[in-house]
Ligand binder design. Structure first.
Ligand SMILES: Cc1ncc(COP(=O)(O)O)c(C=O)c1O
Length: 396
């Protein structure tokens, strides 16, 4: 039975977060500021994770683990993905890796050479762009215009050139909070197959989906069509374990899987995932699902409350996310750009949000800010109260 107090207002330990939560969050903002910034929950992780790590530590050994990860962990990952995401992943084709972010760099390094072009949606999380650039490729931005709660893909094919080597797919989409329909995925895969392109398929957000529109994996369209799809999954978003730096890569073809292993440097021990991270992530996958479901119930309630509050503020507008725990808020009617909005909101109203600047999401994010709601209802309410007062005073 899941403890109903897990996601209560009292469960957020701000003193601990001030010591431990970095990347634009509590440990990096000045006293009194509420950070609704990086996508990282304010709640302690499930006790199944901490118990498993403590138990592993009991005999005092922290030896090397197998180069390509603990067999039991690879099996857990495959079982979890196959159970919850209608995919058919072979544990032998799973590579545990030290973060989803690192996995994206490994994919890029495995398939790209200088001179290649990569299609990156605009906006999307900066890791797609950065991982591709690090491999010497150049980026072609595809403007991700949203029509009727879906990304309009009609012109995608016109962005392909002779040099295009890979399409990046963020499903569900950060920061737009959207999942792709089967038709959308079929469209992307048809183009990728036609031009013999790789797909970097990032499904790190696939557990944080609210159900109105289900998550569908591109891999559910069949192995044959997905020979060049390289997938990345992570645990940070689902289970609040970003500090473990744990993630996984998986593929369907042996040859490219071998290349992923080689480029990850796990065989030399220069790369690879810490034993405690594997143990913690494995416990989350094996026993953390009730915690995740309770988290989703809390998030649904915060999402509905927050979207309604934001849309009631004059000058602001946001969609109700289908997935992820971030609002992508259109602030263009305030007369401020996203940098001015975020900087002033932080200094004058003591609420930190992520500005929609190129560095984080691409140029197409301008006019928006991203607000994370994986926090308690009390903190979300206080932050929205402050934001509402501040916007009302400053609307140009
Ligand atoms: C789409 C996407 N991919 C990858 C990552 C990186 O995740 P991790 O910190 O677990 O490496 C993030 C983090 O926000 C993300 O949003």
């Amino acid at each position: 039975m899941i403890d109903p107090r897990l996601f209560s207002d009292e469960s957020v330990n701000i003193d601990a977060l001030k010591q431990k939560a970095y990347n634009g969050r509590w440990a990096e903002v000045e006293e009194g500021v509420i950070p609704l910034t990086a996508a990282d929950p304010d709640f302690p992780v499930s006790s199944v994770i901490t118990d498993a790590i403590i138990d592993y530590l009991k005999d005092g050994y922290l030896s090397y683990t197998p180069h390509t990860g603990l067999e039991s962990f690879k099996e857990s990952i495959a079982r979890y993905i196959n159970t919850y995401k209608d995919e058919e992943v072979d544990p032998k084709m799973v590579l545990p890796i030290d973060s989803a972010a690192r996995g994206m760099y490994v994919i890029a390094e495995s398939v790209l050479v200088p001179g290649d072009e990569v299609i990156v949606f605009d906006p999307v999380d900066y890791l797609f762009r950065e991982s591709s650039l690090a491999s010497g490729a150049s980026i072609t931005l595809f403007p991700a215009k949203v029509e009727n709660d879906s990304i309009d893909l009609i012109t995608l094919e016109s962005y392909i050139t002779k040099k295009t080597k890979m399409i990046c797919l963020c499903n569900p989409h950060n920061p737009l909070g959207l999942v792709y329909s089967k038709e959308d995925l079929d469209h992307i895969l048809t183009i990728a197959n036609k031009y013999d392109l790789w797909i970097m398929n990032d499904e790190i957000w696939s557990d944080i989906v609210y159900g109105e529109k289900p998550f569908i994996s591109i891999l559910s369209l069949g192995k044959e069509r997905n020979k060049k799809t390289l997938s990345v999954f992570g645990f940070s978003k689902s289970f609040g374990v970003a500090g473990l730096r744990a993630g996984a890569l998986y593929a369907h073809e042996q040859e490219i899987f071998n290349t992923l292993v080689e480029k990850s440097h796990v065989k030399t021990t220069a790369g690879g995932i810490a034993s405690l991270s594997q143990i913690g992530a494995m416990a989350a996958l094996e026993k953390g699902r009730p915690w995740l479901e309770a988290f989703l119930t809390h998030l649904t309630s915060n999402r509905d409350y927050g979207a309604q509050r934001i849309n009631a503020i004059k000058g602001l507008r946001c969609r109700t996310p289908q997935a992820t725990y971030m609002f992508f808020v259109d602030i263009s009617q305030t007369g401020m750009n996203s940098t001015e909005f975020a900087m002033r909101l932080k200094s004058e109203a003591k609420v930190a949000v992520v500005p929609g600047i190129s560095k984080f999401f691409g140029p197409g994010a301008e006019g928006n800010v991203r607000i994370c709601y994986a926090t308690s209802r009390a903190l979300l309410t206080e932050a929205l109260d402050r934001m509402e007062d501040w916007v009302n005073k400053n609307l140009k």
